[in-house]
Design a protein around this ligand. Sequence first.
Ligand SMILES: *Cc1c(COP(=O)(O)O)cnc(C)c1O
Length: 369
Amino acid sequence: MIPFVDLRAQYQSIKSEIDAAVLGVLESGHYVLGPEVAAFEREFADAIGVRHAVAVNSGTSALHLSLLALGIGRGDEVVTVAMTFVATAAAIAYTGATPVLVDVDPVRYTMDPERLEAALTPRTKAIMPVHLYGQLADMDAILDVASRHGIPVIEDAAQAHLASDAQGQCAGSRGVAAAFSFYPGKNLGACGEGGLLVTNDAAIDRQARVLRDWGQTRRYEHAVLGYNYRMDGVQGAILRVKFRHLAAWTAARRAHASRYDQLLAGTSMTTPRPDADGTHVYHIYAARTVRRDEFRTHLDAAGVSTGIHYPVPVHLQPAFRDLGYRMGDFPVSERIGAEEVSLPMFAELTETQIETVAAAVRSFDHAAV
Ligand SMILES: *Cc1c(COP(=O)(O)O)cnc(C)c1O
């Protein structure tokens, strides 16, 4: 069976480095935060061109702290997209603010800037685009709308480590703050949970550091109601090791994606159409087919695992029923929900595996006619 993602293959490829890093932390006694976490913050911030990074225990926590550091709460609105992982909208709801949804662009699958302006109200306190599947949202257009209205942009960069635009500006470097996730299956994944808030704003950095550690400004002095959102020392050490390999892994993902593009041309699959000038990092190779369920059954029988990202858009999730949206409100998101299929994608994928996937797609097409 070709897995959708193979976390053990990655570990095996750098086992001695990871094992040494973990043992180093075990022997150091720095089990929560500590020097490895601080070094990782510095290295990641430098690599993507931001001043500050605050390591936390998940991407969701990083989103939550970004919003809290901007003072967002009850009575406020934050605009985000209907097609994303539920965490984006959940983090907004945790603050007491209301997630206001807009549809995504039908080609790029990220926030449609044309629909953004109509969603803004006097209560809008932030705009939260998602760099879905590893491709930057149209930040020029989004920042243009945001700056005309004086509204800060927080980037959900959970799927977009090292993604960049035509000018080489990285995901996470242009908003007032951004959140990355290091959930194991992400392009840069911990061996457990992890996340990072990045910002160029010293006040946001300071506030996020206080909030992640129980609101402490000094030991046992809790200036504000804070959280236990700190990153583990072991995860910091592992992330430092893996981060050194991320550029190579990303190049491999991009090569696999272009191989899929070639081999799937002329099939029934709608393959991704990334912005030609940017660097899509292919967290997900998001294809589409109208007969998705049959397609996935066929691929499964051919030994190919696939995924769906995501079958139910945020506005149709029972957890968000109170927002009052209905089927039909966001047709592009709904269509992605019905048609998207994610093909196996990870750095260690082999040419033979990619050919097997492509052959399974072609045999599906033949069986159908
Ligand atoms: C993974 C993910 C998150 C949440 O990150 P966690 O580390 O799992 O909390 C948020 N937004 C998007 C788009 C994600 O893919």
